[in-house]
Design a protein around this ligand. Structure first.
Ligand SMILES: Nc1nc2c(c(=O)[nH]1)N[C@H]1C(S)=C(S)[C@@H](COP(=O)(O)O)O[C@H]1N2
Ligand SMILES: [Mo]
Length: 328
């Protein structure tokens, strides 16, 4: 979703945009120069090799963006749920970890993993409230202790027509629903991400921050809907949305909100980040559908990150057996 086409209300004078874009450019340039060991020698001109991902060995030499706690060691790797199988090779971990959408940190995808260093996903509380019998504020560790953590391999399809296939660890959203017992008046659930512009430079630019998303109650309660706490058999790295992110594999990736701090059960359909910012490009429902064209990306096919293999886009990302009846 880079190069966001802003609706008129969001348009701000060029002079306000410039320092921000300059900042982004100069940071990625500095990081890159450091990695290349060039110091200040190559400050001008195009820098080859500064945009692509680093290979597996180089990536492993960089600090991993997750830490193991004693509790984590009792949880990961979690038992794999065999119900969910892939129809294509799994995306290698170092590829998925260096190609991220996380606008709080960057508008590019290849440098999110370098920009999350100052972000602290622990301690972390999640407030669960609204139209529920048992509102709770719970730490991520208490959630990990309370919820049944399992591993599931899912495809993830971004609206920008790239895709990946990864092993998440997490628990069904339904388990959280049963825990807080929504009232019969709850029709939607609204999820909100963290807000901390001192570490998330993107939040100093245009919003509406914090990032928010939403689901109908039927979608939230569907067997597929996962709250992920881990990936590739370990805790979630920051760039994937530590310590808690939503995963709805039949919907475009923008539904899968990262670094959630607040879950509210509500009566009305909530406003969401992308739908508020660019409503003609990102609808609330966000179901993967090759037949519904997007103004900027053809949706008939998708590109697997890592291999660049093109595959036909599947209706509901291939998850019709689970969620097809929700939309008839
Ligand atoms: N808080 C937050 N969550 C977010 C985003 C974001 O910018 N901020 N981007 C979304 C988009 S567009 C996609 S495709 C997925 C990407 O997840 P990944 O980087 O773990 O592959 O995260 C989603 N969740
Ligand atoms: Mo996306």
């Amino acid at each position: 979703m880079a190069h966001i086409i802003l609706p008129p209300d969001w348009r701000i004078p060029e002079r306000h945009i410039t320092p921000e874009s300059w900042y982004w450019q100069s940071v990625s340039r500095r990081t890159c120069l450091k990695l290349m060991g060039l110091g200040t020698l190559a400050l001008t001109g195009w820098l080859p090799g500064c945009s692509g991902p680093v290979n597996e060995q180089e990536f492993a030499r960089n600090p991993q963006h997750y830490e193991w706690t004693d509790l984590d060691r009792t949880i990961y790797p979690a038992p794999r749920n065999p119900t969910f199988t892939l129809d294509r090779p799994m995306t290698p971990e170092h590829i998925a970890a260096q190609y991220n959408n996380f606008y709080e940190f960057s508008q590019a995808k290849d440098d999110v993993w370098k920009r999350v260093t100052a972000f602290e996903p622990r301690p972390w509380d999640i407030r669960i409230h609204g139209l529920v019998h048992k509102p709770r504020t719970v730490s991520i560790d208490d959630l990990l202790r309370t919820m049944p953590i399992e591993e599931r391999t899912y495809r993830l399809r971004c609206v920008e027509a790239w895709a990946m296939a990864v092993p998440w660890s997490g628990f069904p959203f339904k388990a959280l629903i049963d825990w807080v017992q929504p009232l019969s008046t709850a029709r939607f659930v609204r999820l909100t991400a963290f807000y901390n512009p001192s570490v998330a430079m993107g939040q100093r630019g245009y919003g509406p921050w914090p990032y928010t998303e939403g689901l109908t109650m039927a979608e939230a309660a569907n067997e597929l809907t996962l709250l992920a706490t881990g990936i590739y058999g370990h805790p979630l790295p920051k760039q994937h949305g530590a310590p808690l992110r939503l995963v709805t594999p039949w919907k475009y990736g923008y539904k899968s909100i990262k670094s959630v701090v607040d879950i509210e059960f509500v009566r009305e359909q909530p406003a969401t980040f992308w739908n508020t910012l660019v409503p003609w490009e990102y609808d609330f429902q966000a179901n993967v559908n090759p037949a519904v064209p997007h103004p900027r990306w053809l949706q008939e096919t998708e590109r697997m990150i890592g291999t660049n293999e093109r595959r036909p886009t599947l209706y509901l990302n291939g998850y019709e057996p689970w969620v097809g009846t929700l939309y008839t």
